[in-house]
Design a protein around this ligand. Sequence first.
Ligand code: HEM
Length: 481
Amino acid sequence: LWTDVKKPRGYPPGPTWMPVVGNYFWFRQQKLNLGYYHLVWASLSTKYGPVVGLRLGRDCVVTVSGYDAIRDVLLRDEFDGRPDGFFFRLRTFGKRLGVVFTDGPLWQEQRRFCLQHLRKLGLGRRSMEEQIEAEAQDLVVTLQSKCNDGSTPLQLHDAFNVCVLNSLWAMLAGYRFALNDKRLMELLDIVHTSFRMIDASGGLLNQMPFLRFIAPNLSGYNQLLAILNRMWSFLKETISEHRKTFSPDCTRDLIDSFLEEMEVRKKETDSTFNELQLVALCLDLFMAGSETTSNTLGFAMLYMLLYPDIQRCAQDELDNVVGRSRQPCLQDRPRLCYVESVIMEVQRLVSIAPLGIPHRATKDSILMGHFIPEGATVLISIWSLHMDRKHWGDPEVFRPDRFLNEPGGIVQDDWFVPFGFGKRRCLGETLARSSLFLFFSTLLHNFSISVPSGYPTPSPDSYDGITLSPKPFYARLVPRI
Ligand code: HEM
């Protein structure tokens, strides 16, 4: 019973539970003290070990830190579930839909479909690269026109939002947005707000869903619903436009592929291909694809402001390998190891999704000698791997050359897992890695970036949430000739 204060026998160690709320208020207080959810879990793991068990409202929540325990979770099928509950269903019309927060046969079928058709539409192919290269070039032209040869400081923390989404949207919905598209910017803004309102454990609305009746504003219910309503209308409009012009002879994008599959399977009573699932899938991809890559690029720019010498080394490598007469492309990547190491170091130090996306135990299990009850939410601390002192030596230092070997090649490191691993690893990794490389290298190739005079040096501190985001900062961009 979730009102019970007795822990299941063998449950992982952690603080004492209170009736009804469990550790909820204690956890909130810790979050206020430490500022970030992942730091609360880190302090718990220092005290209790790699597997820590809490109860937040009615949810059993277990966090797993360190290499051995994380590998054990991510490589076992019984931890491949996703939490179910009020908050997770709220996003998808009160049902379990989409790909991010589903599991079992629905998830398997939808994930397979998604990957297979995104590949057909260019994922990981030359057409995707060309699309990203064109987006990066478009961004350079826009920034060039705004920066006035370096005399007008520009905000860079959110400069990548639209252009990063465009390469995904081209495959998903067959079109791109103008970089100043007002409606899209508003949507990205509200998605951004929603990411900061929730934490990886599902938050207050999942743990105590009755609060929506007692305190709809305080629990964030009204605000989340308003955000979701706007997202749903936008996606439903996009799908209905597709329906009007859809022809089975010409599949333009993922929405078309899905509509086609719906048609083929319309006689199957248990088909997972229906219109609400399509909206949920688009919502998942929009949300997963927009915040993560653009926030990482925002941080990458911030670190280039903070470390001008590293910026110069990356630019020297770009000039040597690419030259000044053309733009960087993905084929240059194997010879741009320093640039690649800078991106990896940004991803390691920032851990953009520090607790990944929550998993769920689909049956009673034993993990590192502890009992994990069926239904428990299991959080993986990616941050704990990226910041492990024994492994990295000086994890808090920004030092890209930790990813380089003696001849200057890239060192792959099992402790570096920004995209997770196992069956639930990031579905957009290929797109994300190509986007990070092309946007970052194209921007450094075209501009020298510094702190504008009279402006404060930006802080690498981030806003907390399910993904971390850089705080607003200004940069001086001087075109490189
Ligand atoms: C899942 C990271 C970009 C789509 C995930 C997970 C992580 C992650 C840590 C969770 C893995 C787990 O549950 O164990 C990142 C990072 C990105 C990025 C760091 C960029 C720098 C993208 C993009 C897309 C995307 C561009 C768009 C296609 C997804 C989806 C899932 C996911 C759909 C859920 C997969 C599933 O549940 O089966 N990502 N991601 N991600 N990501 Fe990404």
